[in-house]
Ligand binder design. Structure first.
Ligand code: FES
Length: 155
């Protein structure tokens, strides 16, 4: 008799604990949802103006800056920058030195060395960005603006 009573208490304790645990989990999930509601859903994008390094550190020719998704060209003391983002669906274009063209492997668009769309679905040329010098001597690119294909920044 005493043994049977002990088993009933255990079952009651188990279901009681299960019920309390379920309520606790539900309250915790509700609290997390309430806290998340106060965190703004903001898409943090990189700033449109950024430094890319000192002019002397940029080699002659074409350099891909993967972090900034652009190509920087150096011709002596002249610099210019072309976006590496395809104007079709925003894949990164590759520079093909043997053909002197940019190639987008996503859907096959080809751009000239100046970024002009030659073939494929890309609807527009690759944008060119203006450069300037920061007070500390770094080259600065402003990707919020565009310049024409004859743009050169001279140091
Ligand atoms: S994303 Fe470049 S061709 Fe489609």
């Amino acid at each position: 008799m005493a043994k049977e009573k002990a088993r009933k208490v255990t079952r009651r304790f188990f279901f009681g604990a299960l019920g309390k645990g379920s309520i606790l989990v539900a309250l915790l999930a509700e609290a997390i949802g309430a806290i998340k509601a106060f965190i703004p859903k903001v898409l943090y994008e990189s700033p449109s103006k950024f430094k890319i390094g000192f002019p002397d550190d940029i080699p002659e020719g074409i350099t891909f800056l993967s972090e900034n998704k652009l190509y920087i060209f150096r011709e002596g003391d002249d610099f210019y920058a072309i976006s590496a983002v395809c104007t079709h669906l925003y894949c990164i274009v590759d520079w093909k030195p043997d053909r002197k063209e940019f190639y987008c492997s996503c859907h096959g668009s080809i751009f000239s060395k100046d970024g002009i769309n030659l073939t494929g679905p890309a609807p527009r040329p690759l944008p060119w960005y203006p450069l300037s010098l920061a007070p500390d001597g770094n080259l600065v690119i402003d990707s919020s603006k565009q310049v024409s294909l004859d743009y050169r920044f001279s140091i």
